[in-house]
Write a protein that binds this ligand. Structure first.
Ligand code: LMR
Length: 336
């Protein structure tokens, strides 16, 4: 009798626990996607879109956690975090890859090398773009895609019209030797600084000015602490979406295929919204009345281009002559 009731208790306990263990889904694979810009930017929106479609298509087997605005890591730390596996996915700007030892990415920073998105896409969506991504493998990184942002404006508290106007101006740049050379070519003093620190540095006068596409200028409120914005389109800023190579290779094959498809669609989305997003940001900056716009005359533009050509000459050796020539050929760049 005693044995019988003990058996019954065991049976009940088994009945209570069995369905739970039998039905419990395995814990989802978590992908932490860290980035430094605001949510309402081309990169921020594309990251959120990727999360949405990747989670839908993997039916709960993958969870993407997006951390915008340097919430988790700043520029330099996020690269280290990816290599260490503390985060799995990033989309750093192309200007931030040289410190990893992949200097070739600085080809994208050469001033005036792309006149428009079409010329840029010949590189990012062609063999040169693929070749560059492949160089990341040796660093433990797998490159998935290029996402557009846009063409940069130059901002300061004085009007920047001619190269001579830059003289002595402290200008914040990303960690790129080409951008350093670009600023020096017009007589400015470049200062490398993490993106998350730029607003405060402009506000307190640690730096006088900076460059960024309008979407970053606007969403970081930089225009509120910059009196002038020159609509120069003198260079391009965009991203490479990257993952920790070991993590990516270790994913179940079917999941990896679904994620690759989602990334393909998120890339189309990113590159579709980038131009419009920047136009809207520029219109919002204008509407705010906080900074005055400067449009360059053809002569002023030519003077910028001519001066900044030095950044090309000084860096061809660093980036690699063959690569630079290949990009010149694709985009039709010729110095003034
Ligand atoms: C910057 O540091 O200015 C940009 O790279 C930020 C970004 O990710 O767009």
């Amino acid at each position: 009798m005693k044995l019988n009731s003990c058996f019954k208790t065991l049976l009940i306990a088994a009945a209570l626990t069995l369905p739970i263990t039998a039905l419990a889904a395995p814990a989802p694979i978590v992908i932490k996607f860290s980035h430094v810009v605001a949510q309402h930017t081309p990169k921020g929106q594309a990251a959120d879109y990727f999360k949405k479609i990747a989670e839908e298509r993997t039916k709960g087997r993958v969870k993407i956690e997006v951390y915008p605005n340097s919430q988790l890591y700043k520029d330099k730390e996020e690269m280290e975090a990816l290599q260490l596996g503390a985060v799995q996915m990033l989309a750093p700007s192309l200007a931030k890859f040289a410190p990893l030892g992949v200097k070739e990415f600085e080809v994208f920073d050469l001033p005036y090398i792309f006149d428009n998105y079409q010329e840029l896409h010949k590189v990012t969506q062609g063999p040169v773009g693929a070749k560059l991504l492949a160089k990341l493998e040796a660093k433990g990184i797998h490159g998935l895609a290029y996402w557009d942002n846009g063409f940069k404006v130059m901002s300061a508290n004085k009007p920047l019209k001619m190269p001579a106007d830059f003289k002595g101006q402290k200008m914040r740049i990303q960690s790129s030797k080409v951008l350093d050379a670009q600023m020096r070519s017009v007589g400015a003093n470049p200062q490398v600084m993490a993106f998350s620190e730029v607003y405060q540095a402009l506000q307190t006068g640690v730096v006088d000015g900076t460059e960024n596409p309008p979407s970053n200028l606007y969403t970081q409120k930089m225009h509120e602490v910059q009196k002038y914005v020159t609509l120069s389109d003198h260079g391009y800023l965009g991203y490479a979406v990257i993952v920790n190579k070991k993590f990516w290779a270790g994913l179940p094959a079917d999941i990896r295929t679904i994620l690759e498809g989602a990334m393909k669609d998120a890339t189309i989305y990113a590159n579709d919204i980038a131009k419009k997003d920047n136009e809207e940001a520029l219109a919002a900056v204008k509407k705010s009345g906080k900074s005055q716009f400067i449009t360059l005359t053809p002569q002023e533009r030519t003077a910028w281009k001519k001066a900044m050509d030095k950044a090309h000459k000084d860096n061809i050796g660093r980036i690699g002559s063959d690569l630079v020539q290949e990009v010149y050929k694709a985009t039709g760049y010729s110095p003034n």
